[in-house]
Design a protein around this ligand. Structure first.
Ligand code: NAD
Length: 450
């Protein structure tokens, strides 16, 4: 990110006009729950619980100043009324049919927005079954040529913008988790990636084609799944060349959210960890996809990394060097989207005495993910107007596997992530960063000057 090109305070362009939200995977549980929820909020029929941009406040200045505006009043974010939705799926169902299939929201919430949701018709997907083996939708674009697929997606975007009178767009991947991939030489630079696309290289998954189409169309890209997608040098370079923000990956919702709340607390108190056993049962389409071992591997990597970075065993070997960490997800259809995640945590305290913590989180996956999509879309559109390009580490708050700059390490602690986010907003709006130092309240003027 080029510091000089950043706009701050009144230089930041206002969020005028319509903002297009382009969603690969628009027929999924998360997408339809998000879209239906935004429309219900716009109609005044629901409350945006879980959304920091809509409900959160931000403290400014010293505590005695008592200035805590709402984030959305402090930062020029797009209004919910200006959001327009479009996207792709490999199933033709419209937004209403897809939401009914997902079984997340009940009739009480879907009936009032039936007409609106029915009007959201997916565009044909770019899909390759080698990367998501457990789905077999037929509503997909023809042709084997990867470049032609990128161009077709770009045509879709142009048409969507023209038909909806949209000024700016953000793309957010809410499609399925693809099989596990590791970065290879074709992912190392824009040139290598473009050559590989031109040569129909079989190692390029659809999510990367969507991301290229977005960035080439001057649209920021967010990755809600654990897929590699934009977490490769080529995409970081492309985003930087186009001066566009990218963010990812994998929405931080149920079990990992709990983990990144609990683990920092244990570490702060210097309590040791013997083992952390996490298991889940899940019955939605996401659960079906994750029943394939290679898609699960992508998810597993994403879920496993958090503890290591929070607990820092290299700094605290006697507390965290040898803990056992296991994560499983079992597909169990009766539960649908209502995932149950169990955590059995074996800790030890003073003189090594063992203790146990059990967490049984009976959550609703898409209910937790929907507000994150809203926040990410609004913040990424803001980042674009500010001129922030490349990885948006300040949005780590929202991800299980936050992308980070080479030679750094990802920040997983939810509370540090929240401070990072808010301090970024303070900086951009010309307010002082808050350090929570506090001793200055108790010092006299001479001590402060010393
Ligand atoms: N719900 C959560 O809490 C949560 C948390 C973190 C990450 N995620 C990720 O978000 C994604 C969506 O989750 P979900 O529960 O809505 O899953 P879902 O299976 O209901 O929806 C995914 C949709 O993507 C579509 N799709 C797959 N490949 C596509 C492609 N190439 N182009 C267009 N559409 C494509 C599928 O047809 C499906 O409709 C998954 O990758 C999931 O792992 C979800």
């Amino acid at each position: 990110m080029k510091e000089a090109s950043l706009k701050r305070k009144e230089q930041i362009p206002a969020a005028t006009g319509k903002l297009g939200v382009l969603i690969p995977g628009i027929g999924g549980a998360v997408s339809t729950t998000f879209i239906a929820g935004v429309e219900l909020v716009r109609k005044g029929m629901a409350f945006p619980t879980g959304s920091l941009t809509q409900l959160g406040t931000i403290r400014l200045g010293k505590r005695f100043e008592r200035r805590s505006p709402k984030i959305k009043d402090f930062v020029p974010l797009a209004s919910l009324d200006d959001l327009v939705f479009g996207g792709w799926d490999l199933y033709e169902a419209n937004g209403y049919e897809a939401a009914m299939f997902a079984r997340v929201l009940n009739r009480e919430h879907l009936d009032p927005v039936k007409e609106f949701l029915s009007g959201i018709v997916p565009m044909k997907a770019v899909f390759d079954r080698r990367f998501v083996r457990n789905l077999d939708g037929k509503y997909i674009k023809e042709g084997e040529n990867l470049r032609a697929h990128v161009d077709a997606l770009k045509d879709d975007i142009r048409r969507f913008k023209a038909e909806n009178g949209v000024e700016r767009c953000v793309m957010i991947w809410c499609g399925s988790t693809e099989v596990y991939l590791q970065p290879e030489e074709i992912h190392q630079s824009v040139d290598a990636l473009q050559k590989a696309i031109g040569a129909n290289d079989p190692r390029i998954p659809p999510s990367m084609l969507y991301a290229v189409a977005a960035l080439e169309s001057d649209i920021p890209f967010i990755n809600g799944a654990p897929n590699l997608t934009v977490d490769i040098p080529a995409m970081i370079e492309l985003a930087s060349r186009k001066n566009l923000p990218i963010a990812g990956k994998d929405f931080k919702t149920g079990q990992t959210l709990m983990k990144t709340i609990l683990a920092p607390g244990l570490k702060t108190r210097m309590l040791g960890l013997e083992g952390w056993y996490s298991t889940n049962i899940l019955g939605n389409r996401d659960g079906l996809v994750l029943d394939d071992k290679d898609s699960f591997k992508t998810k597993e990597e994403s879920k496993l990394s958090v503890l290591e970075h929070i607990l820092q065993p290299h700094l605290y070997p006697s507390l965290y060097k040898n803990y056992y960490h296991k994560v499983t997800i079992n597909y169990y259809p009766p539960r649908g989207d209502n995932k149950e995640g169990w955590d059995c945590i074996d800790i030890f305290g003073w003189l090594g005495y063992p203790m146990q913590i059990k967490v049984d989180f009976q959550c609703r996956d898409s209910i937790l993910a929907a507000p994150l999509i809203l926040d990410l879309v609004l913040f990424m559109d803001f980042a674009r107007r500010v001129g922030m390009s490349g990885i948006q580490e300040w949005l780590s708050f929202y991800f299980k596997s936050p992308m980070y700059k080479e030679n750094l390490y990802p920040e997983h602690d939810l509370f540090i992530q929240s401070m990072k986010l808010k301090n970024t907003l303070r900086y951009l709006m010309g307010e002082e960063q808050i350090t929570h130092f506090g001793l200055d309240y108790y010092m006299n003027d001479a001590q402060k000057g010393a």
